[in-house]
Design a protein around this ligand. Structure first.
Ligand SMILES: Nc1nc2c(ncn2[C@@H]2O[C@H](COP(=O)(O)OP(=O)(O)O)[C@@H](O)[C@H]2O)c(=O)[nH]1
Ligand SMILES: [Mg+2]
Length: 214
């Protein structure tokens, strides 16, 4: 258990970018198509069952949900949309808001794009990675529901996605994750620590002045 992420709690929801909390401190945003497993991933990372509501019905929420970690740090659950049947007006509205948020938000320290490992790099995901790259954000592709594949197949998908994103602009990492099995939780937390600038504040477990890998 990581007590820092465990203290996450709901802060506010914003229907529009100008309703977001003050652009201060540091935050990390999570994006993903509905049903990709985004809420489950946020819950697993924060060791909570119902922080971000999970649902078997692909979502309707079009809000940015802010979770407070401490005085200056936040996680943000970005709105996604379903597989098909989204009216063009909704898509356009969403695109305007996401582009504006990713480009303008100075407290944004990184972007996590959550993908169902069985359906990675959909149009939605590529769009997010494109905007994240344009905004010069460090990014993480989180291949979740890894428990649905055998280890070899999961690793093969990870490599294929790594190949694909290496051709895109920006710094993108790719990790395997399972909310169900708690796979990848600590690796993601370590990355978020960096993006949230926690690594300076929290001393490592061992001696900090003479770290070598021996
Ligand atoms: N097997 C498995 N199922 C998952 C995992 N993460 C999410 N799910 C399931 O996928 C569905 C959608 O998850 P949810 O977190 O609500 O997706 P969201 O719409 O992206 O927030 C739910 O039925 C979850 O139980 C996982 O790691 N493994
Ligand atoms: Mg959700």
């Amino acid at each position: 258990m990581n007590p820092f992420y465990q203290r996450a709690h709901f802060l506010t929801a914003a229907a529009r970018v100008d309703q977001c909390p003050a652009d201060e401190g540091r935050e990390v945003a999570f994006a993903g198509r509905s049903n990709a497993g985004k809420s489950s991933a946020i819950n697993a990372l924060c060791h909570q069952n119902a922080l971000a509501r999970t649902s078997k019905t692909p979502g309707r929420t079009q809000q940015l949900i802010f979770f407070q970690l401490d005085e200056t740090r936040r996680l943000v659950d970005l709105p996604g949309y379903g597989y098909a049947k989204v009216p063009d007006s909704v898509k356009r509205d969403w695109q305007q808001h996401m582009a504006a948020y990713l480009e303008q938000r100075s407290s944004l320290g990184g972007l996590v794009v959550v993908m169902d490992i069985r359906h990675p790099l959909a149009e939605f995901d590529r769009q997010m990675l494109h905007w994240g790259g344009r905004a010069d954000l460090p990014m993480l592709v989180l291949l979740t529901k890894a428990d649905k594949l055998k280890t070899g197949a999961a690793r093969a998908t990870q490599h294929a996605v790594e190949q694909a994103v290496s051709n895109m602009a920006g710094q993108v990492e790719v990790m395997l994750f399972s909310a169900l099995k708690r796979q990848g939780v600590e690796s993601v937390q370590r990355l978020l620590d960096r993006w949230l600038r926690l690594d300076d504040a929290i001393p490592p477990a061992g001696p900090s002045d003479n770290r070598t890998d021996d």
